[in-house]
Design a protein around this ligand. Structure first.
Ligand code: ZN
Length: 197
Protein backbone atom coordinates (compact mmCIF):
# COMPACT_ATOMS: atom_id res chain seq x y z
CA UNK A 1 0.00 0.00 0.00
CA UNK A 2 2.94 2.30 0.65
CA UNK A 3 6.38 2.49 -0.89
CA UNK A 4 9.42 0.52 0.23
CA UNK A 5 10.68 1.60 3.67
CA UNK A 6 7.31 2.88 4.89
CA UNK A 7 5.62 -0.43 4.10
CA UNK A 8 8.57 -2.35 5.62
CA UNK A 9 8.10 -0.42 8.86
CA UNK A 10 4.34 -1.08 8.90
CA UNK A 11 4.93 -4.78 8.20
CA UNK A 12 7.49 -4.96 11.03
CA UNK A 13 4.96 -3.58 13.55
CA UNK A 14 2.18 -5.78 12.24
CA UNK A 15 4.19 -8.84 13.28
CA UNK A 16 4.05 -7.74 16.94
CA UNK A 17 1.47 -9.36 19.23
CA UNK A 18 -1.83 -7.51 19.47
CA UNK A 19 -0.99 -5.05 16.68
CA UNK A 20 -3.34 -5.01 13.70
CA UNK A 21 -2.86 -3.20 10.38
CA UNK A 22 -4.39 0.06 11.61
CA UNK A 23 -2.29 0.22 14.76
CA UNK A 24 0.83 -0.70 12.77
CA UNK A 25 0.16 2.20 10.39
CA UNK A 26 -0.49 4.59 13.27
CA UNK A 27 2.80 3.65 15.01
CA UNK A 28 4.78 3.78 11.76
CA UNK A 29 3.52 7.27 10.87
CA UNK A 30 4.06 8.43 14.44
CA UNK A 31 7.70 7.41 14.11
CA UNK A 32 8.05 9.02 10.67
CA UNK A 33 6.81 12.30 12.14
CA UNK A 34 9.07 12.15 15.20
CA UNK A 35 12.62 13.51 15.45
CA UNK A 36 15.40 11.34 14.06
CA UNK A 37 16.97 11.31 17.53
CA UNK A 38 13.84 9.77 19.08
CA UNK A 39 13.63 7.15 16.35
CA UNK A 40 17.28 6.26 16.94
CA UNK A 41 16.66 5.96 20.68
CA UNK A 42 13.85 3.50 20.01
CA UNK A 43 15.96 1.46 17.59
CA UNK A 44 18.85 1.44 20.11
CA UNK A 45 16.59 0.33 22.95
CA UNK A 46 15.45 -2.64 20.87
CA UNK A 47 18.94 -3.76 19.80
CA UNK A 48 20.32 -3.09 23.29
CA UNK A 49 17.63 -5.28 24.88
CA UNK A 50 18.28 -8.06 22.37
CA UNK A 51 22.04 -7.94 23.00
CA UNK A 52 22.07 -7.54 26.77
CA UNK A 53 19.06 -9.45 28.04
CA UNK A 54 19.81 -13.05 28.83
CA UNK A 55 17.83 -15.87 30.40
CA UNK A 56 18.32 -16.74 34.08
CA UNK A 57 20.19 -20.05 34.47
CA UNK A 58 17.94 -21.09 37.35
CA UNK A 59 14.40 -19.91 36.69
CA UNK A 60 14.47 -18.87 32.98
CA UNK A 61 13.18 -15.39 33.70
CA UNK A 62 14.79 -12.59 31.69
CA UNK A 63 18.05 -11.46 33.30
CA UNK A 64 20.92 -9.08 32.71
CA UNK A 65 23.47 -11.73 33.65
CA UNK A 66 23.45 -15.39 34.62
CA UNK A 67 20.88 -14.82 37.39
CA UNK A 68 17.68 -12.77 37.43
CA UNK A 69 16.95 -10.27 40.19
CA UNK A 70 14.69 -12.69 42.09
CA UNK A 71 17.23 -15.53 42.08
CA UNK A 72 19.96 -13.10 43.18
CA UNK A 73 17.94 -11.72 46.09
CA UNK A 74 19.07 -13.49 49.29
CA UNK A 75 15.95 -12.35 51.19
CA UNK A 76 13.69 -14.49 49.07
CA UNK A 77 12.50 -17.86 50.35
CA UNK A 78 14.23 -20.59 48.34
CA UNK A 79 11.86 -23.28 49.60
CA UNK A 80 8.93 -21.87 47.60
CA UNK A 81 8.73 -22.02 43.82
CA UNK A 82 5.97 -20.30 41.86
CA UNK A 83 5.62 -21.79 38.37
CA UNK A 84 4.44 -19.37 35.67
CA UNK A 85 4.11 -19.52 31.89
CA UNK A 86 5.95 -16.35 30.85
CA UNK A 87 8.09 -13.59 32.46
CA UNK A 88 5.27 -10.96 32.52
CA UNK A 89 3.32 -13.33 34.83
CA UNK A 90 6.05 -12.78 37.44
CA UNK A 91 5.21 -9.08 37.47
CA UNK A 92 1.53 -9.95 38.02
CA UNK A 93 2.43 -12.15 41.02
CA UNK A 94 4.86 -9.55 42.41
CA UNK A 95 2.14 -6.88 42.32
CA UNK A 96 0.03 -8.92 44.75
CA UNK A 97 2.71 -8.75 47.50
CA UNK A 98 1.59 -12.27 48.47
CA UNK A 99 4.68 -14.16 47.38
CA UNK A 100 8.28 -13.97 48.60
CA UNK A 101 9.69 -17.15 47.09
CA UNK A 102 11.32 -17.81 43.77
CA UNK A 103 9.98 -18.44 40.30
CA UNK A 104 10.18 -20.91 37.45
CA UNK A 105 9.25 -19.78 33.95
CA UNK A 106 7.99 -22.60 31.73
CA UNK A 107 8.15 -20.65 28.48
CA UNK A 108 4.51 -21.30 27.58
CA UNK A 109 1.91 -24.02 28.10
CA UNK A 110 1.26 -27.48 26.71
CA UNK A 111 -0.45 -27.22 23.34
CA UNK A 112 -0.17 -30.39 21.24
CA UNK A 113 -2.00 -28.71 18.34
CA UNK A 114 0.86 -26.19 18.07
CA UNK A 115 3.48 -28.86 18.57
CA UNK A 116 4.26 -27.78 22.13
CA UNK A 117 4.81 -30.81 24.31
CA UNK A 118 6.63 -31.22 27.64
CA UNK A 119 10.04 -31.13 25.92
CA UNK A 120 9.39 -27.66 24.52
CA UNK A 121 8.79 -26.26 28.02
CA UNK A 122 11.19 -25.98 30.97
CA UNK A 123 9.52 -28.86 32.79
CA UNK A 124 12.53 -31.15 33.03
CA UNK A 125 14.48 -28.25 34.55
CA UNK A 126 11.73 -27.71 37.13
CA UNK A 127 11.76 -31.36 38.19
CA UNK A 128 15.57 -31.20 38.52
CA UNK A 129 15.30 -28.04 40.65
CA UNK A 130 12.71 -29.54 42.96
CA UNK A 131 14.77 -32.71 43.28
CA UNK A 132 18.00 -30.95 44.19
CA UNK A 133 16.99 -27.80 46.09
CA UNK A 134 15.35 -27.73 49.47
CA UNK A 135 11.96 -27.00 47.99
CA UNK A 136 8.94 -27.46 50.26
CA UNK A 137 6.17 -26.18 48.01
CA UNK A 138 5.59 -25.68 44.30
CA UNK A 139 2.74 -23.31 43.44
CA UNK A 140 1.34 -23.91 39.96
CA UNK A 141 0.47 -20.45 38.74
CA UNK A 142 -0.19 -21.13 35.07
CA UNK A 143 -2.96 -19.15 33.34
CA UNK A 144 -6.63 -19.93 34.16
CA UNK A 145 -7.15 -21.24 30.62
CA UNK A 146 -7.77 -24.79 29.39
CA UNK A 147 -4.10 -25.08 28.34
CA UNK A 148 -2.93 -23.60 31.64
CA UNK A 149 -5.00 -26.12 33.62
CA UNK A 150 -3.77 -29.04 31.50
CA UNK A 151 -0.18 -27.90 32.00
CA UNK A 152 -0.67 -27.58 35.78
CA UNK A 153 -2.23 -31.06 36.00
CA UNK A 154 0.58 -32.59 33.95
CA UNK A 155 3.28 -31.02 36.13
CA UNK A 156 1.58 -31.96 39.39
CA UNK A 157 1.59 -35.60 38.22
CA UNK A 158 5.34 -35.44 37.73
CA UNK A 159 5.99 -33.73 41.07
CA UNK A 160 3.87 -36.07 43.19
CA UNK A 161 6.55 -38.80 43.51
CA UNK A 162 9.04 -36.18 44.75
CA UNK A 163 7.24 -35.79 48.08
CA UNK A 164 6.85 -32.03 47.70
CA UNK A 165 3.71 -30.06 48.44
CA UNK A 166 2.09 -29.06 45.14
CA UNK A 167 -0.58 -26.36 45.09
CA UNK A 168 -2.68 -24.68 42.43
CA UNK A 169 -3.93 -21.10 42.62
CA UNK A 170 -7.62 -20.95 43.51
CA UNK A 171 -10.23 -20.48 40.85
CA UNK A 172 -12.02 -17.14 40.83
CA UNK A 173 -9.75 -15.59 38.28
CA UNK A 174 -11.51 -14.69 35.07
CA UNK A 175 -11.48 -17.98 33.15
CA UNK A 176 -9.77 -17.82 29.79
CA UNK A 177 -7.87 -14.69 30.74
CA UNK A 178 -4.16 -14.32 31.12
CA UNK A 179 -2.61 -13.94 34.54
CA UNK A 180 -0.90 -10.74 33.51
CA UNK A 181 -4.27 -9.04 33.03
CA UNK A 182 -5.71 -10.12 36.39
CA UNK A 183 -5.93 -7.36 38.96
CA UNK A 184 -3.65 -7.73 41.96
CA UNK A 185 -6.44 -8.16 44.52
CA UNK A 186 -8.07 -11.05 42.63
CA UNK A 187 -4.74 -12.73 41.91
CA UNK A 188 -3.57 -12.14 45.49
CA UNK A 189 -6.69 -13.87 46.79
CA UNK A 190 -6.22 -16.76 44.33
CA UNK A 191 -2.67 -17.20 45.62
CA UNK A 192 -3.68 -17.00 49.25
CA UNK A 193 -6.47 -19.57 48.76
CA UNK A 194 -4.36 -21.98 46.74
CA UNK A 195 -5.24 -25.59 47.32
CA UNK A 196 -3.16 -28.73 47.40
CA UNK A 197 -3.42 -30.87 44.27
ZN1 ZN B 1 15.96 -16.46 38.08
Amino acid sequence: MFEGPVQDLIDAFRKLPGIGTKSAQRIAFHILKSELEDAEKLADAITDAKKKVAICDTCFNVAEGASCLYCRDPRRDTSLICVVEEPPDIIAVERTNEFRGRYHVLGGHLSPMDGIGPDQLRIRELIARVGSDEVSEVILCTNPTVEGEVTATYISGLLKPLAVKVTRIASGLPVGGDLEYADEITLGRALEQRREV
